[in-house]
Design a protein. Sequence first.
Length: 364
Amino acid sequence: MPQTVTGVIARAKGAPVELVEVVVPDPGPGEAVVAVQACGVCHTDLHYREGGISQDFPFLLGHEAAGVVEAVGPGVTEVVPGDFVILNWRAVCGHCRACLKGKPWYCFATHNATQRMTLTDGTVLAPALGIGAFVEKTLVASGQCTKVAPADAAAVGLLGCGVMAGFGAAVNTGGVHRGDSVAVIGCGGVGDAAIAGAALVGATTIVAVDVDDRKLEVARRFGATHTVNSRETDPVAAIRDLTGGHGADVVVEAVGRPETYEQAFYARDLAGTVVLVGVPTPELTVTLPMIEVFGRGGALKSSWYGDCLPSRDFPMLVDLYRQGRFPLEDFVSERIGLGDVEAAFAKMHRGEVLRSVVEIGGGA
């Protein structure tokens, strides 16, 4: 029978979030119900609340989550009740042209649960990124559940979005290798994950760039070898100076602004790579001289979800975390309850936290 649980919604553009009762259907074919244990408070959730993603209010917020499968529908073989899973918002179809080319991380036909969760009055909810995890239990497509070894849900759940996006931008999209020089512009959760990824694979020079000295200090903890406050210093000149006058092999832009993208473009070495992982708003544009694009060679890339394949990357990173080699717990600034999401948005806006994480069912 359908269950009624507590969750957090954004009812209208810019309005404070609300704690409400949510009706979760029994899972249908290809679906699963997951008891959520923890969910990170991501900028994307704030974008939903502000109407920056779509106007399909009300939204059931939350998407960066881990928990335990409670029930599955007919035909589900990927997971069984009792599995500890990280939720992902790109359920690979296996049949589209990207999947058939052997590049499932680009899957063009990712899917969500067919049924919809509702309020008790029948109002249909739009789950953030097809997940909706600021709730005690959520209904998702079974392909959105990635089984991993049991671990602290607050830490590993962050692989569901921000940490995976940053790590993957450096390692998967940017192709950082041992001995490379790397610059990361924007040191929030995504940027710090890019730094941690570059450090893990052996980059020797890792330059963190931000306008906030507090964030730069945190970036050092994740592996930055040098920091640049771009309010005080020209970041392009600084990155070149720190890389023998050449520029970095890989520059990750984790802000999503034209001015920082231009900095990334000019701060890379000849034949170097720029990776855009910061999400721009639709009206933004960037203008570059074509002769510079041609003459510098290399690659200008964007990174979708860190170009990750959840079934491959999540278990690997959880194993590295359990071995003490990838510091996922350091991304967790505070552990809060469902009723604290609005306050967490304010802390995020003020730059006071790397990640607030809502704990619902306790850690695994």
